[in-house]
Design a protein around this ligand. Structure first.
Ligand SMILES: Nc1ncnc2c1ncn2[C@@H]1O[C@H](COP(=O)(O)OP(=O)(O)OP(=O)(O)O)[C@@H](O)[C@H]1O
Ligand SMILES: [Mg+2]
Length: 320
């Protein structure tokens, strides 16, 4: 703490002060915690609208390099086909993050812990990237395969490193395929271990963050995450397979650079039934590639329907 002060890194200094406040609160020292927190708030208010921590688009070094993967977001939320409900809630996250110093002045924290649940290929990873793009923040994908090791102590220590990083570098941190942490291991000693990892995850999530890094957990199996866990998130967003309207939008957004006069949307929607946004996007891309290779500048309904049907049969093979 003293070192960060000496280095002139005030944001870090305040972050540490808040960590101490949290530790005090955990030990039941409420007054101490409150005093520390309000002192930090007073300093922040005095400084006015501070730029906060520097936002660095750099791959983390050292031990973290194998756990965190930096991705420079290439898309915005407007590039994603979302249901109005999900779109609105993501817009709310963006608004609160953008106006976070305003909220902080009133002792309120912006929404920053999100759970994305839903079937494969429905746009969870893409939405995390779009959110980072919208906020002009780096996206750090947490690699759960290297985070979770056979040695319990090691896993918890790595998790600590990741959360320390969220306090130091503002960014969007994505725990993809979060069910790996969130439970469901069959062997019983594994269950006990994962529980402990999960508990430290929950504790870290409770710590106040002055950097307002956004933490996104994505899962295909929300039913495996227990209620206690779901409660810790500020927002739980349920992704779904596309509506008819969304099928059209996903197809349209993948047809560029070709033209698509007179598409029979009814047939397209019917052929896409049960397919995910991702499968529809890939099928459309294939239709476009074929048209390009046969030197056509238009894509027809049958090109698209043909590719969608091909996807349907691939899907059946994997299901049986
Ligand atoms: N809502 C969407 N709008 C537009 N394109 C989408 C959407 N969802 C998925 N796609 C397309 O499918 C690809 C894969 O989607 P994404 O990785 O976001 O799915 P996911 O929900 O994270 O799936 P998984 O659970 O398998 O990780 C995207 O890169 C994009 O091309
Ligand atoms: Mg994903």
């Amino acid at each position: 703490m003293l070192r960060s002060r000496a280095d002139g890194d005030e944001e870090r200094f305040l972050a540490i002060a808040l960590q101490i406040a949290a530790a005090e609160a955990r030990q039941g020292h409420r007054t101490n915690a409150e005093e520390l927190r309000s002192a930090v708030d007073a300093i922040r208010a005095q400084r006015g609208d501070s730029p906060g921590v520097p936002v660095a688009f750099a791959q983390p070094r050292g031990e973290l390099s194998s756990v965190l993967d930096l991705r420079d977001p290439q898309i915005r939320l407007s590039n994603i086909v979302l249901s109005p409900a999900i779109g609105e809630r993501l817009a709310k996250v963006v608004l609160q993050q953008e106006k976070r110093s305003w909220l902080r002045e009133h002792n309120k924290a912006p929404v920053r812990r999100l759970l994305f649940a839903g079937p494969p290929g429905s746009g969870k990873t893409m939405s995390a990237e779009g959110l980072a793009g919208e906020l002009r923040l780096p996206l750090f994908v947490v690699r759960l395969d290297s985070l979770i090791t056979r040695y319990m102590g090691e896993t918890a220590a790595k998790l600590r490193l990741v959360f320390d990083e969220t306090l130091q570098k503002r960014g969007v941190y994505l725990f993809d395929e979060f069910d790996a942490v969130g439970g469901h291991r069959s062997a019983s000693n594994d269950v006990a271990e994962m529980r402990r990892v999960l508990n430290s995850f929950l504790q870290f999530m409770e710590e106040p963050s002055t950097t307002d890094s956004v933490i996104v957990a994505a899962t295909n199996h929300p039913e495996l995450l227990d209620k206690a866990l779901q409660r810790r998130f500020d927002e739980v967003l349920m992704f779904e397979l596309p509506s008819d309207e969304q099928v059209r939008e996903v197809v349209k957004s993948n047809l560029k650079p070709l033209k698509f006069p007179r598409i029979a949307w009814k047939s397209v929607v019917k052929a896409a039934e049960g397919l995910s946004q991702s499968e529809i996007a890939r099928a459309t891309e294939e239709a476009v590639k074929e048209a390009i290779l046969s030197e056509r500048s238009n894509v027809s309904t049958s090109d698209i329907v043909g590719q969608l049907e091909a996807r349907q049969s691939v899907k059946k093979i994997f299901q049986s």
